[in-house]
Design a protein around this ligand. Structure first.
Ligand SMILES: [Zn+2]
Ligand SMILES: [Zn+2]
Length: 293
């Protein structure tokens, strides 16, 4: 079984919800049969991620994330990075430092290193432009990204090199998204996530951050049993997310299986009350959802 738990569901500037990062748990049996999942992966870990995980660890079913009152970071085995905005990567410095200084192996003193997964270009830029400032020096020496993480670099768009497996069963692949353009489409790297259960052939679509691009995503969204799409509720010029008006133009059958996330703090102000009638609904934060058998 594969489950999603959104640490938060808010957009980059939301204050009433944590940012849209997802804890993906893979279970041989299921959360009712086992207290700890067999594999764990975060899709992004933004600047509100640490506080969101800190809150989640006290909820029933998530106690394996607790380490005597703080976050048990080694419970997070892998992190997929969709793009470099801080609502998606801002928690990685804390994760790396706590895995190095709090959760180092007590015998060898070696840090706990989760797997860090993204495209080659994002992994390079992530270090050079974002993480290097806080992580390249440890007392007495310099450090590199691979001192904190085992690195898995994928080649999205290159079939076979764009994917990896969880529990030898769930095939996770990255696809390019049209989030921010410098001069042309796809010239600033950002990715969505498509997960297929190789046994049941069911699949899940997760948009990442993107502008509306139905022609690009339709084959995946029509095929998937569940879809998660980012949404911007208030229309704005130059938006870098799909607006609710654009998402409403999708076929009714797709809308009904599409959950909206990455929304602003105005979601419950009235005009969006009909969202659950038209779409699957707004994703609720910190609730475990089964997405694949
Ligand atoms: Zn975002
Ligand atoms: Zn973004």
């Amino acid at each position: 079984m594969l489950t999603f738990t959104f640490l938060g569901v808010g957009g980059a500037f939301a204050k009433r919800n944590f940012q849209s990062n997802v804890l993906v748990e893979a279970w041989a049996a299921g959360p009712h049969e086992q207290a700890v999942p067999d594999d764990t992966l975060l899709i992004d870990f933004g600047s509100t991620g640490p506080l969101a995980l800190y809150q989640l660890k006290d909820k029933p079913g998530f106690r394996y994330l607790d380490a005597e009152g703080t976050i048990r970071y080694p419970a997070i085995r892998r992190v997929v990075v969709t793009h470099q905005h801080s609502d998606h990567i801002g928690g990685l410095e804390e994760m790396a430092l706590m895995n190095t200084f709090i959760f180092a192996n007590s015998d060898t003193r070696k840090p706990f290193k989760p797997q860090l997964i993204s495209s080659v270009n994002i992994l390079n830029d992530l270090w050079d432009q974002s993480l290097k400032g806080g992580l390249n020096t440890i007392q007495g020496r310099y450090a590199l990204l691979q001192d904190y993480f085992f690195i898995l670099s994928l080649r999205p768009g290159d079939e076979g090199k764009d994917r990896f497996l969880l529990l030898k069963r769930y095939r996770i692949s990255l696809f390019p998204t049209d989030h921010v353009q410098i001069e042309r489409k796809y010239d600033w790297p950002s990715y969505g996530v498509f997960i297929e259960d190789t046994l049941s052939k069911e699949s899940v679509f997760f948009s990442g951050d993107t502008r509306f691009d139905w022609p690009a995503y339709a084959p995946m969204m029509e095929r998937a049993s569940l879809c998660f799409h980012d949404v911007q509720l208030t229309e704005a010029a130059g938006a870098v997310h799909a607006s609710i008006g654009e998402l409403r133009t999708m076929p009714p059958a797709v809308k009904r299986k599409t959950w909206l996330y990455h929304y602003g703090d105005e979601w419950d102000s009235g005009p969006y009350d009909s969202v659950p009638d038209e779409f699957a609904g707004f994703v609720s934060p910190q609730e475990r959802i089964q997405v694949l058998p």
